[in-house]
Design a binder for this molecule. Structure first.
Ligand code: 0RA
Length: 662
């Protein structure tokens, strides 16, 4: 036993002796209140199990051991996560009379006590320990390769099925964990390829040099419901270039302004800062931030530090070189970020997360550190690359000029609305109530579905605004064009919100907001989800406060109507539909049951639409979180580049993902 291991075990023993009873009850607590440990028991919570194990494996990579992590989705619904790290310690302690492996797998938070992980995440949903995964699995098998031996222990719902066994010899080290999520706990136990794939892709960029693989051995059902081989049996995720490649990936389809992304790496004390940034010819900012590999979709002190450094260094440089002399108005910090695509990833020992969804970094010491590291590097870059610097400054000046034009256009539109009385759009079928708290606005794709919704609604509190075709592509449009767009003008006036400008920053005035539920209702097909994504992107960029306040929802129309005789039942998933067919057929033939698949809202009549999608007693509404919207924005930033080919390919590859079913 190594000195380090001894120390680790001492720690465990201490903890174990002190609170053995509590510890034994620990996993029961996880099963009683799974939401407290993994956030939820829906599809998100289910995948948290996988990320918990993967996070541990990544810690082994960060500690300098694991080079690869392999995921296998098995036919029986279980998943294997294996790595080539050190392997979970297996040493047996005399007093404890338990293997360290068993302690890590069955004692809440023992994993953390064990190795004092430097960048362990606290506060967020990750970092709860592999014992939680064990507690929430119907079955789990841990296989450890260490010191030349293969050790195995199996568990059922967190309880060991036996002792740790030595089952063979090995010449490698690592951990292989196979688990099957417990259907008693989770609403759904089916892992989604797309969720896994996107996160692995992201992790590969965030951890350069780490190989991540995903093998899907499951059969899938085709259109006719037949089992066929998986269309994507195996994929590898690997990035040599890390964040630089991440930025290039995000900007695929956009035209870069400078030759290659600017890359910054630095460290102050325990805090490691990494940044890659590029400017492109678009007009939008795409900034993605991470803390210990976790996306911070609400930003925080690290983002603040970056922005501070960016404005400061470009402002100084531009002034010193006399580039701003001819300008008639002030440059705002927003102007330095137009057309900027950046990824900032920091690592720190005790992150504090705050905000609506804990997606915002709170550690105040981080702002100054990031600002110093990034500022120093940018100053250097500008000195060394005057030609690139000039290109960026030109772009900044252009942005400031466009912002000024947008302000004028916006004020014109907003003034007109005020001047023309109520100014509500002609297409709006308003509700009769004037109490925003009970009022709902349905944003409906297409005039015909809009008509059905108008007939079907409860006009007391439900208003309908049909949107024609695809609303303006916010990603590509110049800001002032946005305010000239009919659909977008209608949304602003129907909602009763105004954009105002304070110190060059846009702020949304919600004082006259007319509805507290804004419900996006589109077809349940690829086009529909595309439009939903588009509308969400718009809200995220121009009316983010509405999402933050929880006012934005997505309607979920049913996918199937199952009928037998006079019995009718709506179904929202394929699984539900199959079960309903079985139920209704009872002992009769399944062919006596009629299944209608709804492709669009247009296939429902007013009564059906009310019954399934609009009636508050019956309907399913998905509240949009800032994370959903940020996700939509990420999808869009790739979807809506300037070149057609990558966009088409991306839509094809992400048709499923784009429905935000995450
Ligand atoms: C406790 C201590 C050490 C590593 C691990 C747990 C560990 C956990 C997992 C979960 C998946 N893969 C893993 N790899 C390692 C430290 C090991 C040592 O000091 O030798």
């Amino acid at each position: 036993m190594g000195v380090e291991d001894k120390e680790l075990l001492k720690d465990t023993v201490k903890r174990y002796d002190a609170s053995s009873i509590q510890a034994l009850e620990g996993l029961e607590a996880v099963r009683l209140r799974p939401g407290m440990y993994i956030g939820s028991t829906d599809i998100k919570g289910l995948h948290h199990l996988v990320w918990e194990v993967v996070d541990n494996a990544i810690d082994e990579h960060l500690a300098g051991f694991a080079k690869r992590i392999d995921l296998i989705l098995h036919e029986d619904g279980s998943i294997t996560v294996s790595d080539d790290g050190r392997g979970i310690p297996v040493d047996r302690h005399e007093k404890l009379n338990k293997s360290a492996l068993e302690v890590v797998m069955t004692v809440l938070h023992a994993g953390g006590k064990f190795d004092n992980k430097t960048y362990k995440v606290s506060g967020g949903l990750h970092g709860v320990g592999v014992s939680c995964v064990n507690a929430l699995s119907e079955y789990l098998r841990a296989e450890i390769h260490r010191d030349g031996h293969i050790y195995v222990q199996e568990y059922r719902r967190g309880k060991p099925l036996g002792e740790v066994q030595v089952v063979g010899k090995t010449d490698r080290t690592g951990t292989v964990i196979t688990f099957k999520p417990d259907p008693e706990i989770f609403e759904t136990t089916e892992f989604k390829y797309d969720i896994l794939q996107h996160r692995l892709q992201e992790l590969a960029f965030l951890n350069r040099g780490l190989l991540l693989t995903l093998k899907d051995e499951r059969k899938v059902r085709n259109q006719e419901g037949k089992l066929v081989d998986n269309p994507h049996p195996y994929r590898e995720f690997y990035s040599e270039g890390g964040l630089v490649e991440f930025v290039q990936f995000l900007d695929e389809g956009r035209t870069p302004l400078i030759e290659k992304p600017i890359y910054v790496e630095g460290r102050e004390g325990d805090i490691v800062v990494e940044l890659a940034m590029q400017y492109n010819t678009s007009f939008k900012e795409h900034l993605f931030s991470y803390v210990n590999n976790i996306r911070t979709s609400e930003g925080g002190t690290h983002v603040q530090g970056f922005r501070r450094a960016l404005s400061r260094e470009f402002q100084r440089y531009g002034e010193r070189e006399g580039y701003f002399k001819k300008l008639k108005f002030k440059i705002s910090s927003e102007d330095f970020r137009e057309g900027l695509t950046a990824v900032i990833a920091i690592k720190l020992p005790n992150p504090q997360f705050k905000g609506q969804t804990k997606g915002e970094l709170g550690n105040s010491e981080v702002t100054g550190i990031v600002s110093r590291i990034v500022g120093e590097a940018l100053k250097h870059y500008l000195e060394e690359n005057p030609r690139e610097a000039k290109k960026i400054i030109d772009k900044v000046i252009h942005a400031a000029t466009a912002r000024e034009a947008a302000r004028k256009a916006r004020e014109l539109v907003q003034r007109k609305n005020v001047l023309s009385g109520a100014g509500l759009p002609g297409k709006l079928s308003d509700c009769s109530s004037r109490n925003p708290e009970e009022c709902e606005l349905y944003l409906v794709e297409g005039d015909s579905a809009g008509g059905t919704a108008k007939q079907g609604r409860d006009r007391h509190f439900q208003a309908i605004l049909p949107l024609r075709g695809k609303i303006l592509n916010v990603e590509k449009a110049l800001e002032h064009k946005i305010y000239e767009n009919e659909e977008i003008k209608n949304m602003f006036t129907a909602l009763g919100v105004k954009i105002e400008e304070k110190d060059g920053q846009r702020v949304l005035n919600l004082d006259n907001l007319r509805y507290h539920k804004i419900i996006i209702m589109t077809d349940a097909d690829v086009d529909g989800s595309h439009i939903t994504t588009l509308i969400l992107t718009f809200f995220y960029r121009y009316m983010r406060e509405l999402i933050e306040k929880g006012y934005v929802y997505i309607a979920q129309p049913p996918l199937y109507l199952v009928q037998k005789g006079t019995k009718r039942q709506y179904c929202w998933t394929e699984e539900e539909m199959r079960n309903t067919v079985k139920q209704l057929a009872a002992n009769g033939k399944e062919s006596s049951v009629k299944v209608q698949r709804y492709k669009g809202l247009g296939e429902m009549n007013a009564e059906q639409l009310w019954e399934t999608t609009m009636n508050p007693e019956m309907r399913i509404l998905k509240q949009v979180s800032i994370q959903d919207a940020a996700e939509a924005d990420l999808i869009f930033s790739k979807l809506m580049g300037e070149e057609v080919e990558p966009r088409r390919r991306f839509i094809e590859e992400n048709a499923l993902y784009a429905n935000l079913d995450v």
